[in-house]
Design a protein around this ligand. Structure first.
Ligand SMILES: *Cc1c(COP(=O)(O)O)cnc(C)c1O
Length: 516
């Protein structure tokens, strides 16, 4: 039972780390300090017989430093934005200033409880109100709900509001949503999930919405057009004003997927483009770390005609006691939940408040000019990479892009057999995360690159060096690329086997003996 676990040297000079269960040794534990003069009772003395377990739990036994080292070693096996470049297109994996985390961890925020009386939580309500005002200033919309927990959740909320609007305005038969094929995948999923028929709009040769095709697709059945802008090719829709005009003429509303607002903030506002609903991803543009799936926040902002449908409660500011006879009295900030047309609550309590604090801190620290500069740098960085790579890799829509662009490994695949996937794997050997590959679907061997505004010229140049070198290797010694990665703790797992027969749980080899 206490046989030593062997450690294997790996390519990177780290050790291959066994499961914590396999590291367990009977009797290893953290120091248990007895409090002098305090009577302690055993479980047997406290619990009735039937409630007592018959066998010890199969949990690992380790001393504190063993646990700390185990998890620290595991953390070193992952790539992270705090370790290296992470140009994952459509994800905005930018570096997030640590001060945002520090501020969100202030005890004044972390010790709040959602059931506290309104009078005791004026600070956080004020922050939420100001954050809403800041997001409205950036988007040019009328009001916003901070409740949705992610971008896709914001989309669903937006579409449910559009449905409620049509129901109240004689449009109950509108059962179709038009989604361009350059939209983010969640747009289609959202429309389907909300029960709509989806009409996919093929892009023009320029990778944009074609006005003629759109006009043909619009009808008295269209509830909405969902636009990802910039689209997943990183392109800003040239005819965006015409798109909203045509849609509105047909009685449809227009949804703006604003997950990647760092392409346009400070430069252009969805409200000025005629958009009816916009969602934002605070965990992308507004600087909350989101690797590993969360937590996030996807506030959704609306134009005046959709305001009555927003999820509740909303934070409202009252300037003087009793200023509004219908609402709660008293100056200050109030949670108001009695909007009769609201689609209701979409999230427990007030959303992911910690994420809201980070976004607030980020926006206040940058200010209007800082946000504008962030957009300009995001776009400049993407274009810099595009131009430095476009002689070596195909760039199907090779013109000014926004925060990201899509290259392709088609040339490499046809001449050397090296695919986008191989290039992605080889980048790991250079300490860089791969870009998004094989998305969007309308570009074969797609490599979708989003450097973000936080990277320096030096980092961008090292990425270019790596990409150029991988292309050279493909031509001169393709095996290096085809067999990559070479230095990671795990190389190329059998993805089919992992999907078909996943091993997700550790099971004890044999049952532990009964407690005597
Ligand atoms: C990331 C993203 C989404 C989805 O956001 P989640 O928070 O992951 O649900 C939707 N649209 C676009 C354009 C995105 O980049």
């Amino acid at each position: 039972m206490s046989a030593r676990v062997s450690v294997e040297p790996s390519g990177r000079g780290t050790v291959v780390e066994p499961l914590i269960f396999d590291k367990s040794r009977p009797g290893h534990r953290a120091a248990a300090i007895e409090a002098p003069g305090v009577e302690t009772a055993t479980a047997a003395e406290l619990l009735a017989g039937a409630a007592l377990r018959q066998r010890p739990p199969a949990i690992p036994e380790l001393a504190e430093p063993e646990v700390v080292r185990h998890y620290t070693r595991l953390s070193h096996m992952n790539h992270a934005v705090d370790l290296g470049f992470y140009p994952l297109g459509s994800c905005t994996m930018k570096y997030n200033p640590k001060i945002n985390d520090e501020l969100a961890a202030l005890p004044g925020f972390t010790w709040l409880h959602p059931y506290q009386a309104e009078a005791d939580v004026q600070g956080i309500l004020e922050l939420m109100w100001e954050l809403e005002q800041a997001l409205l200033a950036v988007t040019g919309m009328c009001r916003a709900s901070l409740q949705p927990a992610a971008g896709a959740h914001g989309e669903l909320v937006g579409i449910l509001m559009i449905r409620a609007y049509h129901r109240d305005h004689g449009g109950a038969e509108r059962d179709t949503i038009i989604v361009p094929d350059s939209a983010h995948g969640t747009n289609l999923a959202t429309a389907k999930m909300a029960g709509y028929r989806v009409v996919e709009l093929p892009s023009s040769k320029r990778g944009l919405v074609d006005l003629g095709t759109l006009a043909e697709a619009l009808s008295e059945r269209t509830a909405a057009v969902m636009l990802t802008n910039p689209n997943t090719l990183g392109l800003f829709e040239d005819d965006i004003l015409e798109i909203t005009r045509l849609a509105h003429e047909a009685g449809a509303l227009v949804y703006y997927d604003g997950a990647n607002l760092n392409a346009i903030m400070g430069k252009a506002r969805p409200g000025d483009m005629g958009m009816d609903v916009v969602h934002m991803n605070l965990h992308k543009t507004f600087s909350t770390p989101h690797g590993g799936g969360g937590p996030g926040a996807g506030p959704v902002a609306v134009c005046a005609r959709l305001e009555p449908y927003l999820p509740t409660p909303l934070v409202e500011r009252r300037d003087a006691p009793g200023a509004d006879a219908d609402g709660p009295a008293g100056a200050g900030f109030h949670l108001v939940g009695d909007h009769p047309s609201s689609i209701g609550r979409v999230r427990g309590f007030y959303g992911n408040v910690g994420v809201l604090v980070r976004a607030y801190a980020y926006m206040m620290r940058l200010g209007g000019n800082g946000l504008l500069r962030a957009s300009e740098d995001a776009v400049l960085n993407a274009n810099y990479l595009r131009v430095r790579l476009h002689d070596t890799y195909d760039v199907p829509f090779d013109r000014m892009c926004m925060h990201e662009f899509v290259a392709s490994a088609s040339r490499q695949k046809h001449t050397t057999g090296v695919t986008a996937r191989d290039i992605a794997k080889r980048l790991l050997d250079f300490g860089m995360h791969s870009p998004t590959v094989y998305f969007p679907l309308n570009v074969p061997e797609a490599i979708m690159i989003e450097p973000t505004e936080t990277e320096s010229r030096d980092t961008l140049d090292s990425f270019v060096d790596a990409m150029l070198r991988i292309d050279r290797e493909s031509r001169e010694d393709a095996a290096i690329v085809l067999e990559a990665p070479h230095v990671t703790p795990v190389r190329r797992p059998d993805e089919t086997l992992a999907a078909r027969e996943p091993v997700l749980r550790w099971k004890p080899a044999a049952e532990s003996p009964e407690i005597s």
